[in-house]
Design a protein around this ligand. Structure first.
Ligand SMILES: Cc1cn([C@H]2C[C@H](O)[C@@H](COP(=O)(O)OP(=O)(O)OP(=O)(O)O)O2)c(=O)[nH]c1=O
Length: 203
């Protein structure tokens, strides 16, 4: 029997995102969900790497502090943050439908980068590791009419850059270069490598 089977490490996902909640289960370990509710403001001079890594740390540590003492010592909190970057512009989730339309017009016919930062924190001692991945996404040329119809589906509203590659948004994307799961909000193969630093192996 493997050591994982006997030690039962639990992953505590610091997220309200339904995509992340689904993806983290691919790692094959017990999962608990504890949303972080942190302030997502960042200094205006931060680079995309600093934003996603900094926010993933903020999310993971806020939950680690909340549950320290309650959760099992071998639990690992996982926090994550995703942004879309076009040239110098950083796009988070759209504030309203007008903002979603504006973002999609900017992304149309161009290649942008999706950054996702991940932080793992061991609950028992606060030992942490932070990393990020970048995926390039090329969007088709979109007409104003196509953008309006897509925004009317409601899908863009809770997603960075106002599209969901895992949903109807797939129809807007021409190609990607890099990790699909990074775009969707949780690069599970990176998380798997990060867990190995705690001696936790996944399939
Ligand atoms: C680009 C893209 C983003 N997204 C989502 C992933 C994230 O949920 C969201 C970016 O917002 P985040 O602020 O990273 O996360 P969140 O507010 O949804 O959840 P939490 O902070 O509680 O973890 O955009 C997709 O689902 N598909 C995509 O193709």
């Amino acid at each position: 029997m493997s050591s994982n089977a006997t030690s039962l490490h639990t992953l505590v996902l610091a997220s309200t995102s339904p995509r992340r909640q689904e993806l983290i289960r691919l790692l094959g370990l017990p999962v608990e969900i504890v949303p972080s509710n942190v302030d997502e403001d960042t200094p205006s001079d931060w680079t995309p790497e600093q934003i996603v890594e900094g926010l993933s740390r903020r999310k993971a540590f806020s939950v680690q502090e909340k549950i320290a003492g309650q959760a099992s010592g071998s639990s690992i909190v996982v926090g994550s943050d995703t942004i879309v970057v076009l040239e110098r512009e950083v796009m988070g989730k759209p504030t309203d439908t007008e903002d979603a339309i504006r973002m999609l017009k900017r992304l149309s016919g161009r290649t942008h980068e999706v950054f996702t930062g991940v932080t793992c924190v061991r609950v028992s001692d606060g030992e942490s590791i932070t990393s990020h991945r970048v995926t390039q996404v090329r969007m088709r040329e979109l007409t104003d009419e196509q953008i309006k119809r897509y925004v009317a589906t409601g899908e863009p509203m809770d997603k960075a850059g106002a599209y969901g590659l895992q949903g109807i948004g797939a129809l807007l994307v021409e190609s990607i270069d890099g990790d699909f799961f990074n775009v969707v909000g949780l690069p599970v193969s990176l998380v798997s490598v990060m867990l190995e630093t705690y001696g936790i192996s996944t399939p």
